[in-house]
Design a protein around this ligand. Structure first.
Ligand code: S3P
Length: 170
């Protein structure tokens, strides 16, 4: 059995909410790579994008992905773009069961609307941007994942139980 569970998926796919619940259920520690990056850098991701550009954030994200191979007994929720660099995916899969939380563009829009903490979606037409990024990233999400859960019509409780059962089977 892999030592950790990593949740990947688009912004608003429920990685943090499900991750916390899953960690509680399995008595594992919960880690959120974005929250750790913000804590260590002392600024928010939004500020990082504004002040230093996206690549500054992506380099910190790669360091976090690489740290997961020394972790144990953790449920790790990641940022939606962690699959963009193949080296991140290789690092995540080393020691963690990688699960994709999939959701369609309207579910995602419902979950992220009214929030302004995601720099990539702070654009005049966020629905179009969600669709564009989902299309561009679809193959990367699917090939990074060892297991996929379609979350659109499922509760946090259902999603958690599906992942828990699959992890314990392996
Ligand atoms: C990003 C997703 C965000 C955060 C950053 C970039 C992306 O995380 O890492 O804003 O490229 O999809 P969430 O998926 O937790 O919103």
């Amino acid at each position: 059995m892999k030592a950790n569970i990593v949740l990947i998926g688009f912004m608003g796919s429920g990685k943090t909410t499900v991750g916390k619940e899953l960690a509680k259920e399995l008595q594992m520690d919960f880690i959120d790579t974005d929250a750790d990056i913000e804590k260590e850098a002392g600024i928010t991701i939004k500020e990082m994008f504004e002040k230093h550009g996206e690549s500054f954030f992506r380099d910190l994200e790669t360091s976090k992905a690489k740290e997961t191979d020394t972790m144990e007994n953790c449920v790790i929720s990641t940022g939606g773009g962690i699959i963009l660099r193949p080296e991140n995916v290789t690092a995540l899969r080393k020691n963690s069961f990688v699960v994709l939380l999939a959701a369609d563009s309207s579910t995602i829009y419902d979950r992220v609307k009214g929030k302004n903490d995601r720099p990539l979606l702070n654009v005049p037409d966020p629905i179009a941007k969600i669709k564009e990024l989902l299309t561009a990233r679809k193959d990367k999400y699917e090939s990074a994942a060892e297991f996929i859960v379609i979350t659109d019509d499922k509760s946090v409780y259902e999603i958690t139980n599906i992942i828990k059962a699959e992890y314990l089977k392996r």
